[in-house]
Design a protein around this ligand. Structure first.
Ligand SMILES: *Cc1c(COP(=O)(O)O)cnc(C)c1O
Length: 367
């Protein structure tokens, strides 16, 4: 039956989504702005990635390679993987969405942890499925709580390891225990967007687990340590059956030509990655002790960002954010992640990091 007044309505779930709000970019009225709100690298991309773009610009009339072969080959070479188990996407966000569209039907359930990346809930809901948030312990994913939340309707479990915005991780034994406890028909998605930054012996990004099981996938991104967030490139390492399904549902040219060329060059520049790791190691610990010296609490981070808590001080995150923004330092409010009184700061350049520490010192000392 049709009614004269009916209008197109989004399918169930879509209007339940709270749209993702990206980190701020500007500080009105301030000349020099340091954007420390989206975990971008202060080193920028590899110069060879930028150079690779010039060849692409001469032939923008040509469709990209729909299979992203050059990019998949570069990733496969560096990690020693079979390129047949790799699929590239328009940022890993696209891949997270494709996984939900592929594996979730209306009424199914998708699990993520309390302070997990917001995109999981958005994509689960958009697929018409039920988002299930599981409590964390000390800002860390709790494997027992996740396993307790699994029901007959569960089809997907998202785990960011390390997690954003907390910066915490769970060791490989815990990830294995999670996989072992899940029914075989539940897909475990290990989002390893910050894996390159982790320097811990008990950490594994997911490559081993994917290789050894049928229900685990790992997503990675070029947006963070590779400095190519603006080009939108992500990849997934997955069993052949998952790659086959995703290849049917994805857009035929989902990765653009610039992304393929620059991504492949960036992946092969390992020196650039090493420089970024060294810079991050140095400044993450200096910033952590600097914040602690001001009486602030910092969640121990293995990523390229810090979650700084204002609880127990006379100041609030909201006031601190306003003050820092007025000085040109744009950090991230994390209320939507369940931290109304904390700010997330990306490890920036030396100038940015020293500037934030100095500004925050002034702010904390204000009466
Ligand atoms: C930044 C980030 C991503 C990367 O998203 P892209 O779409 O590849 O830019 C994925 N997962 C988490 C947890 C992130 O913080």
């Amino acid at each position: 039956m049709t009614s004269a007044r009916s209008v197109p309505a989004p399918k169930n779930g879509v209007m339940d989504i709270a749209a993702y709000v990206p980190g701020k970019e500007t500080a009105p009225g301030v000349e020099r702005v340091y954007k420390l709100s989206s975990n971008e690298t202060p080193l920028g991309p590899s110069p060879s990635a930028v150079k690779a773009l010039t060849h692409v610009l001469d032939h923008l009339e040509i469709y990209p390679d729909g299979a992203s072969n050059a990019l998949r080959d570069a990733i496969a070479d560096v990690y020693g993987l079979n390129p047949a188990n790799i699929l590239c996407g328009n940022g890993s966000d696209e891949l997270l969405g494709l996984l939900c569209q592929t594996y979730l039907s209306p009424g199914d359930e998708g699990i993520f942890s309390e302070h997990g990346f917001l995109v999981y809930k958005i994509q689960i809901t958009g697929a018409g499925a039920v988002p299930v948030s599981v409590p964390e312990t000390d800002c860390r994913a709790n494997v027992d709580a996740i396993l307790d939340a699994v029901t007959e309707r569960t089809r997907i479990v998202f785990l960011a390891n390390p997690n954003n915005p907390t910066g915490t991780y769970i060791p490989v034994d815990e990830v294995r225990r999670l996989q072992a406890g899940l029914p075989g028909n539940v897909l475990l998605v290990l989002d390893a967007a910050y894996a390159e930054y982790v320097r811990r012996n008990d950490y594994e990004s997911g490559i081993e687990l994917v290789s050894g099981s049928d229900n685990v996938v790992m997503t990675r991104t070029f947006s963070k340590i590779y400095g190519l967030a603006g080009l939108r490139i992500g990849w997934i390492y997955a069993p052949a059956a998952v790659i086959d399904a995703l290849n049917r549902i994805r857009g035929p040219f989902n990765v653009n030509a610039a992304a393929i060329a620059a991504g492949a060059a960036a992946m092969r520049d390992r020196d650039h990655v090493e420089r970024a790791i060294a810079h991050n190691e140095d400044w993450r610990s200096r910033l952590t002790s600097g914040f602690e010296a001001l009486g602030l609490t910092v969640t121990p981070s293995v990523g390229n960002f810090l979650l700084v808590h204002f609880d127990g001080t006379a100041k609030s995150a909201e006031e601190a954010d306003a003050f820092l923004t007025s000085c040109g330092f744009v950090l991230r409010r994390v209320t939507a992640y369940g931290f109304p009184n904390a700010l997330r700061m990306t490890v920036g350049s030396q100038e940015a990091n020293e500037g934030v520490l100095a500004a925050l010192k002034d702010f904390m000392e204000q009466a």
